[in-house]
Write a protein that binds this ligand. Structure first.
Ligand code: NAD
Length: 294
């Protein structure tokens, strides 16, 4: 059993904190939202009144916050001044690579170990304890990080040093955004050509067009019963979230001098879809946008 502070109990963090409790850890929790804090209490965590209260006796601090500025502010202004010397900090939020590296450096200078550990898998995986973690940390600290994340995930992979977890996450999600648009275009074209969607799925899922966006998360209703297409594109993984990750990928590409023209197109298309009613829909609803369906 480890004393863990969990900060950020939203859609993802709520289930993750509950799974750490189920794994036998003593979890103290904090969120700005009173409702989120109440739910964490009902799941067996001890609600704290402030970040400082939550972290002061913890050996490990886990955060699941919206974006880079929240992570920088929470660690720099609230966690570091109150945490136990030598505590291990694990940030599971999706943020930009530069912020992850800057926070890691600042925390290590204060004597704390830090890992970026963003996740793949949405709210269902967070609740079910089946997330995939991509970890950026010193090799010598990975075993400690893995032990904590094991209570929340099915796969924990060290991508490299600080920032490497975030790099893996944005590269993966840029690929996902592009492949989903390609899959949606193919279904939209098949429809215009009079080809039955199920028939196209049966063929392409066994041919060279096969990809995760088709066989695990098919953007049209029918072929994959669990996909959001079967529930009017309720997320799942919201377009707003995909757009956030595509923006992070484009910012990183611009800084690193990488050529990512399809990533840029994917960002532009998802921005258009978001501005035209798709923001809160699942990102596979892109097929409706391409078909001109409101
Ligand atoms: P969310 O908005 O539901 O939760 C964020 C929580 O952080 C909120 O409850 C908010 O009150 C809290 N918070 C914000 N500032 C805080 C502060 N200063 N102190 C304490 N609490 C604070 O978001 P989410 O969907 O849980 O996503 C969290 C992170 O996970 C994001 O970085 C997101 O990109 C990433 N992510 C989300 C998904 C998904 O499907 N939702 C999937 C993979 C990764």
């Amino acid at each position: 059993m480890t004393a863990i502070a969990f900060i950020g109990l939203g859609n993802m963090g709520g289930g993750m904190a509950a799974n750490l409790v189920k794994a036998g850890h003593a979890v103290t929790a904090f969120d700005l939202s009173a409702d989120a804090l109440k739910r964490a209490g009902e799941a067996g965590a001890v609600p704290a009144a402030t970040v400082a209260d939550a972290v002061k006796a913890a050996d490990v601090v886990v955060t699941m916050l919206p974006a880079g500025p929240h992570v920088c502010a929470v660690y720099g202004e609230q966690v570091a001044p109150a945490a136990k010397p030598g505590a291990l900090f694990i940030d599971c939020s999706t943020i930009d690579v530069d912020s992850a590296r800057a926070v890691a450096k600042a925390m290590e200078e204060k004597g704390f170990a830090f890992a970026d550990a963003p996740v793949s898998g949405g709210i269902a995986a967070a609740n079910g304890g089946t997330l995939t973690f991509m970890v950026g940390c010193a090799a010598a600290r990975f075993a400690d990080v893995e032990k904590i994340l094991a209570g929340m995930g099915k796969a924990i992979i060290r991508a490299g040093d600080h920032g490497a977890g975030q790099a893996a996450k944005i590269c993966n999600n840029m690929l996902l955004g592009i492949s989903m648009i390609g899959t949606c275009e193919a279904f939209a074209l098949a429809e215009k050509l009079g080809l039955d969607a199920q028939k196209f799925f049966d063929i392409s899922s066994k041919a060279s067009g096969q990809c995760w966006s088709m066989t695990s998360y098919c953007p049209v209703p029918g072929p994959v019963p669990t996909s959001p297409a079967n529930r009017d594109y309720a997320p799942g993984f919201a377009t707003a979230m995909m757009l956030k990750d595509l923006k992070l990928a484009q910012e990183a590409a611009a800084k690193a001098g990488a050529s990512t023209p399809l990533g840029a197109q994917a960002e532009a298309l998802y921005a258009l879809y978001a501005a035209n009613g798709g923001n809160e829909k699942d990102f596979s609803g892109m097929v409706q946008f391409l078909r001109g369906v409101k």
